[in-house]
Design a protein around this ligand. Structure first.
Ligand code: A3P
Length: 286
């Protein structure tokens, strides 16, 4: 009898006590405009960057590419729609989204400035010829999946014996052209450049610089990364799990004839110098 009374008293107490039964220990937070936008560059390592940033407990990442500022059909849905696509963030957490097409889209810098003037922008760049090869490889695989006809990289690159500047994958590697547009709209101090080649070789130093730029408490550390021999890339580890990036990241690139490769390296030399001048730093590119 005494046991029954005690049980009933306990049940009464627990069902009424707000501190024990109704308060969520981990409030879900709210959806907000992003504080950080990874603006590109396509095939620079944008997925790796957002996944690595998401290791930080003060960062929450939008799960997919939103194409809000570059696709009119999305942009016209307005700010509320954009916010509704964001993950829940607790107070003090920063929200990040990535859409690599932003870097090369004409209207995007101005649109972002109008909606999020304080946005902190991350741009991850990679040696331009390597990025071009990666870009071609991505399109090749997309076409393969859709059973579309393929063109060789040589065919796409050359027009009447000269490099074809209209070839999109080539144009996207002309970083100075696109960067100039961003710098017309955002101060240089709002844009942090991540070295995509360095991020592949050793992610931690690049991620420490990102933490610093974003004024995040230093948290990402060596235990967050381990090299996976089979994949040939660093993979990620946090309290919950270990994971490598999707199989579409880290593909083998086509081999170009040495003279075409040299032509590309020569071609990018001047544009690279202009880019270095524009951003006030150099990269270890061929
Ligand atoms: P490749 O697949 O051509 O090697 P994005 O995410 O912007 O599309 O960039 C994809 C590129 O990220 C890959 O290009 C790969 O080289 C690079 N990358 C950087 N770090 C990586 C990692 N830890 N795992 C897999 N790919 C990574």
């Amino acid at each position: 009898m005494a046991a029954v009374i005690i049980s009933l008293l306990l049940l009464f107490f627990f069902s009424r006590s707000p501190s024990l039964s109704t308060v969520d220990p981990d409030p879900p937070g709210a959806r907000r405009l992003p504080d950080i936008i990874i603006i590109g560059v396509r095939k620079g390592g944008t997925r790796a960057l957002i996944e690595m940033l998401n290791l930080h407990s003060d960062v929450v990442a939008a799960p997919s590419e939103l194409h809000f500022f570059d696709w009119d059909s999305h942009y016209l849905r307005g700010e509320d729609w954009y916010v509704s696509q964001m993950p829940l963030a607790r107070p003090g957490q920063l929200t990040v989204e990535k859409t690599p097409a932003y870097f090369t889209s004409a209207h995007v810098p101005e649109r972002i400035r109008r909606m999020i003037p304080d946005a902190r922008l991350l741009l991850i760049v990679r040696e331009p010829t390597e990025r071009l090869l990666s870009d071609y490889t991505q399109v090749y695989h997309n076409r393969l999946e859709k059973h579309k006809l393929q063109q060789t990289l040589e065919t796409l690159l050359m027009h009447h014996g000269e490099l074809d500047l209209h070839y999109k994958a080539l144009n996207r590697s002309l970083y100075h052209v696109h960067m100039r547009r961003w710098l017309h709209v955002f101060p240089r101090s709002h844009i942090h450049l991540v070295d995509g080649d360095a991020l592949i070789r050793n992610p931690l130093p690049e991620m420490k610089k990102v933490e610093e730029f974003l004024h995040l408490e230093p948290q990402i550390n060596a235990s967050n990364f381990y090299f996976n021999q089979t994949k040939g890339f660093f993979c990620l580890r946090d309290r919950r799990r270990e994971r490598c990036l999707h199989g579409s990241k880290g593909r083998t690139h086509p081999r170009l004839a040495p003279e075409l490769l040299r032509k590309l390296h020569d071609f990018f030399h001047e544009p690279n110098q202009e880019f270095f001048q524009l951003v006030g730093r150099t990269f270890d590119w061929k």
